[in-house]
Design a protein. Structure first.
Length: 449
């Protein structure tokens, strides 16, 4: 036990042995109080003046809606049943555990995104922390890949829902969903996020509708509230932790907010607030929705359902069922749009930093969107959805994201140890990224057990 602090100090010293990156896009926008000025903290890189760049149009409400749009959606609409299968009546607790784990890394992102408010945020953080362009590119491409794989899988799900309403071929519907969302992403960040914000409001309304209908119109046939509180039984908590890994999928998405940092007004204040609001509101929605479904739906039916929220409307009129089914479709379509925006900004950011071909960083003078990067991302999503075993790849997405979380937290640890981080910008204690590393590793390991 006496060697613990020494070992930790040795690890921390090892982490801070690299030089800071000198790339202009990785200039720390949060210098020390005695050196920094308001101009320095809000300035953008000098090369933004030489060519068309992304338009700063996102305010705190819009960025929060963007975060909710990519976080709340297909995950909660399909994961409640799977979580109940693992955790039984304690599924709500699994979402709380997942929220605690995710919040640690979210706080790390909040500080890093204010230090380096650029597209391809994770790549910039890693290059600044590790001074490794190669590792930065790997992380950036991993983030983009996870977004494109997720979008492809979600598009297939959206097409399946649409097939039930229209009877049109799944293949045609999948292509239409992806292409239409790609076109919306080309319109401009404000227009794209405005569309996504409207859809997000519909998604949230759908969850509130589930809660309202379940608590007022349905006869409780599930478990009582007192039965949802787990005892200190290792077997029970093993199931809760297993379900927490599933619940983690429902929270993945907040990190995408860092990848539109170049399009945020006053990113030093807007991004941290939007991240906190996004996680707080998502957690509240998830816990309340899961609790309602557990109260209303018999546990055996819930555990075996791939469309668990629809079970709340089992005794409702057909019009109600169809209406909610439409909302579920909208929720999945929104995921495609948000992930398309995110992945295109990552490719744009990597190209703008010189890590990928420069033509990927071309920005439309009219819409101020990365046109070629968006078209490339749309094409890749389309190919993935039509030609590859998406289900298998999608299972690996969470592992990729957790690996990225580990590296991002390590980057913040290194930056904090080798620089004086006192500034007027948002900051977190060193213990936050350290706990973020351990929490992400634990969830990653749990996925292999």
């Amino acid at each position: 036990m006496g060697n613990g602090p020494k070992c930790l100090n040795g690890l921390l010293l090892l982490l801070c042995t690299s030089r800071a990156s000198s790339h202009p896009l990785q200039k720390d926008m949060c210098p020390n109080r005695d050196k920094g000025t308001e101009t320095e903290r809000t300035a953008v890189p000098e090369n933004e003046q030489s060519q068309p760049k992304l338009r700063r149009a996102l305010t705190t409400p819009l960025l929060t809606l963007y975060g909710l749009g990519v976080t709340v959606g297909a995950g909660i609409y399909v994961l409640v049943g799977a979580a109940a299968q693992q955790a039984g009546p304690f599924a709500s607790i699994s979402f709380i555990v997942a929220a605690i784990v995710v919040s640690l890394t979210a706080l790390s992102y909040a500080e890093l995104s204010t230090r380096y408010p650029v597209s391809a945020g994770e790549a910039a953080y890693v290059e600044a922390g590790f001074n490794s362009a190669a590792l930065a590119v790997v992380v950036g491409l991993a983030v983009a890949a996870s977004g494109m794989i997720s979008a492809a899988a979600v598009a297939i799900g959206a097409a399946s829902y649409l097939n039930g309403l229209t009877g049109v071929s799944d293949t045609i519907l999948t292509a239409l969903v992806i292409v239409s969302m790609g076109l919306i992403a080309l319109l401009g960040i404000a227009q794209s996020v405005f569309v996504a914000a409207i859809i997000t409001v519909v998604e949230i309304f759908g969850l509130l509708f589930v809660v309202g209908w379940g608590l007022t119109m349905q006869e409780p046939q599930g478990v009582a509230l007192v039965q949802m509180i787990p005892e200190f039984d290792p077997e029970i908590w093993r199931g809760v932790l297993a379900a927490s890994l599933l619940a983690f999928f429902a929270f993945v998405g907040f990190e995408d907010m860092a990848n539109v940092a170049e399009e945020v007004k006053d990113p030093l204040r807007t991004i941290p607030r939007a991240i906190v609001w996004t996680l707080a509101l998502a957690t509240l929605l998830y816990v309340v929705t899961t609790t309602t479904v557990l109260l209303v739906v018999p546990l055996d039916k819930l555990s075996n359902s791939s469309a668990p929220l629809s079970l709340v409307f089992a005794n409702a009129a057909d019009a109600i069922k169809t209406g909610f089914g439409t909302i579920a479709i909208v929720a999945t379509v929104n995921g495609v749009l948000i992930q398309t925006i995110m992945a295109s900004r990552v490719l744009y950011g990597l190209a703008d930093q010189g890590h990928l071909p420069k033509w990927l960083s071309q920005v439309s003078p009219r819409t101020k969107t990365p046109v070629i990067a968006t078209l490339v991302v749309t094409a890749i999503i389309l190919c993935l959805s039509l030609a590859l075993p998406i289900a298998i790849l999608a299972e690996r997405t969470s592992q990729v994201v957790l690996c990225v979380f580990v590296i991002v937290n390590l980057s913040l640890i290194r930056l904090k140890l080798k620089t004086d981080t006192s500034s007027d910008c948002f900051g977190v204690p060193l213990v936050v990224p350290i706990l973020g590393v351990f929490a992400s590793v634990l969830l990653l390991v749990a996925g292999f057990l």
